[in-house]
Design a protein around this ligand. Structure first.
Ligand code: SAM
Length: 693
């Protein structure tokens, strides 16, 4: 069984957490239960037959190879022949709309992956499913046989003509959009029968129509709302040529109607405050409105966009210089950030610690934009007394090895006997040090967490001697204790990766939050911090799929709960451009093209405002009408250290309610990739400079 790496974990944000190890056998009952509760029942589907059927069918068997980890995401996914498996919600919505009852005879047009037919088969007596692509029909037939769905018959053919030999039907469901309602389908309905079909000739969207046969020659139609489906191609649908250019992977989702007297993008345009250049003092000044907060959290929609780093640097400089903020806490590994901190605060360097941030994803912190900020911070700190200097700290847990080394080095200096004991305790993790993710698997197979006790004891030993150690070297104690805490948290994290989807993410974010609190406490009751982390960490998770569909928390949510209005959550977004990212975990950095944003996304609304760079103030009390409109869920894009434009919809978009997620939103319509710094330090450069350049 291949070992899951943090990337396989969560291409969605790309930086950590895990959807699910792709080929790990596991019971997905809980994932289905969550899907039904959060994606289907919550949106108003009530029919108990439908909800039950959705709980039964294992969607992971119907998605394309390699996509199992996304099986319970709230989106359609690409399958073979350029087609899609429908979003779970639309499958449920259509079956409910068709009022399918036990024993019914049903025609399913557009077998695709076979998922909708499988769900139907849990309710109906017999399902006839027809697909125009032979390979899809064959694959579905084999799948039904293998999974034991005995009441489904599959045919390769043109579904616009129905299935005359099997007619009449109690219900017909069509999973592709045609220009009009095919006559053949009307004819093949029983009296009282229901036909559900997307119909539309404008652009790439349709209206979902219910046709009910009231009598031999009497029908009535109802419009169930706008949707986006792949084209229905056939004798009574589109021709192949007409269908050419229509999207093959559409989001099948009733879209938000544009509400309000003015289009939403126009309302955004009114509220948008254009941003000046980064080096104009007016840039930072625009964020003074957040400066009363105890914690200002600055996000990013990718881990490799120059504008996001430069904007955060300009805002942070202002918060430090004008408003007394003294902590910069980044989504970076603690030991690496500690090297930067020693540099910016002009403190003694730990000889032999080596340059910082040389672990994947190196470009995330080892880049020219961060280097410029770090240089500024060092120069600024040089002119103020130590108590007023601002520090740079890492909240993340990935560099466990460096943390172990740092604890032992610290003890070597202060208490060599204790160092010996610590080395022994951490020795438990030695076999897994090269690849800590494998530790989780070992813990799972042996059935117990071998190293949990020893690493907890190492932390306890250190904390027990806090007074003694601190009296000798106060600043370094915080560093050592934080490293020891990190090892304990990382041990739990790597184990949790193998158990549950949300748990490992939550452990990591909880650790980041605890570290932030420890930093604030250390600096006293007036201390204030700026956090630099991905939107997925600093936006309130409770207002997104993360919280609602997956039970995940994050730093933003924990700060909101702890500090209320004294936490300011600022998100960042972009429409298109380039980004530094990898295709796979541990893969090389590439400069990738960011696709223009999806039509149903917040990003598209911002782009349509035609203001190229702006700040949107989303705090309660500001722009109430706009806030109300923006609170209706839309898609939002998250690009992490991994970007896969080819599966963008499934791997990078999620649902959010922007004004509940953020207090402010910073927009750059077009952005470019960060400038990475070389991995190797330049020969002869003193070790004091953390990037060795
Ligand atoms: N219900 C499917 C599932 O759950 O995976 C999703 C189907 S996909 C959105 C639509 C399917 O309709 C595609 O596989 C496409 O090939 C098929 N299709 C389009 N026109 C068709 C036609 N005239 N007859 C049969 N299938 C058709």
């Amino acid at each position: 069984m291949p070992v899951p790496r943090p990337s396989a974990l969560r291409p969605l944000q790309g930086d950590a957490g895990m959807a699910q190890p792709a080929n790990q056998q596991r019971d997905n009952t809980a994932a289905r239960e969550r899907m039904v509760a959060s994606q289907i029942a919550r949106r108003g589907v009530k029919d108990p037959h439908v909800l039950d059927a959705m709980r039964q069918v294992p969607r992971e068997h119907f998605v394309a190879e390699g996509m199992a980890e996304f099986a319970y995401e709230d989106s359609p996914l690409p399958i073979a022949e350029g087609q899609t498996i429908s979003q779970p919600y639309i499958v449920a919505l259509m079956i409910e709309a068709a009022r399918v009852r036990p024993g019914d005879r049903v025609l399913d047009v557009g077998t695709g992956s076979g998922y909708a037919a499988a769900v139907l088969s849990q309710i109906a007596g017999k399902v006839h499913s027809i697909e125009r692509h032979g390979p899809l029909a064959d694959a579905a037939r084999r799948k039904f046989e293998r999974l034991g769905y005995g009441n489904i018959e599959v045919r390769h053919g043109d579904g616009t003509l129905g299935w005359p030999e099997a007619a009449p039907f109690d219900a017909i469901l069509v999973a592709a959009g045609g220009p009009e309602i095919p006559e053949a389908m009307r004819k093949q309905l029983k009296v009282g029968g229901r036909l559900i079909i997307p119909v539309g000739t404008q652009g790439d969207s349709q209206e979902l129509i219910r046709v009910v046969r009231d009598g031999e020659d009497r029908f009535h139609e109802e419009d169930l709302g706008p949707v986006t489906f792949v084209p229905l191609i056939g004798a009574q649908g589109w021709t192949e040529r007409q269908a050419d250019g229509k999207p093959s992977v559409g989001r099948i989702w009733p879209r938000q109607p544009e509400a309000g007297p003015r289009p939403l993008a126009e309302q955004v345009r009114q509220a948008a405050e254009p941003l000046p250049d980064f080096d104009d003092p007016a840039f930072g000044a625009m964020f003074d409105r957040f400066a009363d907060a105890r914690v200002v959290l600055l996000g990013e929609a990718t881990h490799g966009t120059s504008e996001f780093y430069r904007a955060r640097a300009a805002i942070t400089q202002r918060l430090i210089e004008r408003h007394g903020f003294s902590i910069v806490a980044a989504e970076a590994d603690w030991p690496d950030a500690a090297a930067v901190d020693r540099y910016v605060r002009h403190r003694a360097v730990h000889v032999g610690s080596g340059p910082a941030f040389r672990r994947f994803p190196m470009w995330m912190w080892r880049n020219a934009e961060v280097a410029a900020f770090v240089d500024w911070l060092r120069a600024r700190n040089g002119g103020v007394e130590p108590a007023r200097q601002a520090g740079f700290f890492g909240l993340d847990i990935y560099n466990m090895n460096a943390s172990i080394r740092a604890v032992i080095d610290y003890l070597e200096r202060l208490d060599p006997e204790a160092a010996k004991v610590a080395r022994e305790r951490y020795g438990c993790l030695t076999p897994w040090q090269r690849d800590p993710a494998t530790y989780g698997r070992a813990a799972l197979t042996t059935g117990y967490a071998k190293c949990e006790g020893p690493v907890a004891l190492a932390l306890r030993d250190l904390l027990q001697k806090q007074l003694d150690y601190e009296a000798r070297d106060g600043e370094s104690f915080l560093d050592a204790a934080q490293n020891a805490r990190l090892v304990a948290a990382a041990e739990r994290y790597y184990r949790a990766m193998y158990y549950a989807t949300a748990e490992s993410w939550n452990l990591r974010d909880r650790h980041m939050f605890d570290t932030l609190i420890a930093l604030l406490e250390r600096r006293g009751k007036d201390a204030r911090a700026v956090v630099w982390a991905h939107n997925s960490h600093i936006g309130n998770a409770a207002a997104t799929d993360m919280g609602e569909a997956r039970g995940e928390i994050n730093i933003g949510q924990l700060c909101r709960e702890r500090f209320g209005k004294d936490a300011a959550l600022v998100g960042f977004g972009t429409d298109r451009g380039t980004v530094a990212a990898a295709s796979d975990w541990d893969g090389p950095m590439e400069v990738k093209t960011v696709r223009p944003s999806h039509a149903d996304s917040y990003e598209r609304v911002c782009r349509d405002s035609r203001v190229r760079r702006f700040l949107l103030d989303l705090r309660v009390g500001q722009w109430p009408d706009l806030r109300a409109e923006l609170t209706k869920p839309r898609l939002e894009r998250a690009i992490g250290v991994i970007y896969r434009p080819e599966t963008e919809m499934a791997s990078h978009y999620f649902d959010a309610r922007l004004p509940e997620q953020f207090d402010g939103y910073v927009w750059f319509e077009e952005t470019r990739a960060v400038t990475p710094l070389p991995a190797e330090p330049r020969p002869g450069v003193p070790e004091t400079w953390p990037f060795g350049l």
